[in-house]
Design a protein around this ligand. Structure first.
Ligand code: HEC
Length: 292
């Protein structure tokens, strides 16, 4: 196919092919690098968020809960004594300002139906239960939105049982609020759920796309300039001189022996023109001899 094209077209086709392959390679490589960056950024955000939440919980467990248990041993006050409840409340406050941070204590058997685990969370919790991993981190897409997520298992301890055993032994205020259907039957050592932290990657994904667009645009511009430049050079140093040689050769073949092959420069085409000039001289001599 290339053989039947003019030199200029052939060169443009080759350059276009090189452009397409370079573009595919550059975009794929660029995406890999930029995406790794945005995952790293989401991971850092997640770690900070986790640290803040854990610090809240530790503070409550060390400084608040013992005091409350001492002062009001029979009071049902989960917001100040149950880490999971307190963290859920704190996370909601954080979310008002940073909606991309989602904190969820998920369980397939929840007191609060809002905490019911979805299919992704169920599979991770099942992995904890089977001992496949001790914590989980990675990206996950939910309803079209990509998140960086981390999860750790939540195991039932002795201290949990009085609220999560049966509705009969749980505090009546709690049973009144959450009902008797779900959230009970915990046994010590069971993996009863997972603490999931999600950070939306929508914003960082958009930045990745912008970076890719600038990157691809830059490469395209460079190629365009290079193609125009190479095209000009090929026209002036190859195509034009050859066309001139052809024109002169046609004239000479029609008897206009006064025409000269004139090529500037010092390249192969100049050598060709010189050779043609010598051939013209020999031809003229041979014709002279013939005429005599
Ligand atoms: C004082 C009672 C109480 C104790 C003790 C308690 N919880 Fe809960 N737990 C609750 C309440 C109330 C909720 C519902 C919070 C909400 O509305 O989001 C809850 C929610 C949960 C959830 C989220 C799913 C759900 O049921 O809505 C898990 C998992 C959980 N608790 C596990 C534990 C574990 C593990 C312990 C022991 C370390 C524990 N709980 C101790 C009262 C308690």
């Amino acid at each position: 196919m290339l053989r039947n094209m003019s030199i200029r077209k052939r060169l443009l086709v080759i350059l276009t092919l090189v452009y397409i392959f370079s573009m595919v390679g550059a975009i794929a490589g660029g995406y890999y690098i930029f995406d790794r960056d945005s995952v790293r950024e989401a991971k850092e955000k997640t770690e900070l968020f986790t640290t803040v939440m854990t610090a809240n919980q530790k503070f409550m467990a060390r400084n608040v809960r013992p005091e409350i248990m001492d002062l009001l041993p029979d009071t049902y006050f989960p917001a100040a004594t149950v880490g999971i409840v307190m963290m859920g409340e704190a996370a909601q406050l954080i979310q008002e300002d940073y909606p991309e941070y989602i904190f969820k204590i998920a369980s397939p058997n929840p007191l609060n139906p809002d905490n019911r685990s979805d299919s992704f969370e169920n599979s991770i919790i099942a992995g904890f239960d089977n001992g496949d991993y001790e914590e989980w981190a990675g990206t996950v897409t939910k309803a079209g939105e990509r998140f960086y997520a981390t999860a750790v298992p939540i195991e039932a301890r002795k201290s949990c049982i009085w609220c999560h055993d049966t509705p009969e032994v749980a505090h009546p205020d709690m049973v009144e609020e959450y009902g008797t259907e779900s959230g009970y039957g915990y046994e010590v050592g069971d993996v009863v759920g997972g603490r999931f932290i999600y950070v939306s990657m929508t914003a960082t994904d958009e930045i990745t796309m912008q970076k890719l667009a600038i990157f691809g645009g830059g490469i395209s511009l460079l190629f365009l300039i290079a193609m125009l430049f190479i095209d000009r050079i090929v026209i002036s140093t190859v195509v034009k001189p050859i066309e001139e040689i052809v024109e002169v050769a046609v004239d000479i073949s029609r008897g206009k022996m006064d025409r000269e092959f004139n090529v500037k420069g010092n390249d192969e085409i100049k050598l060709l023109a010189d050779a043609f000039n010598r051939m013209k001289v020999s031809l003229a001599k041979a014709m002279d001899i013939l005429r005599k």
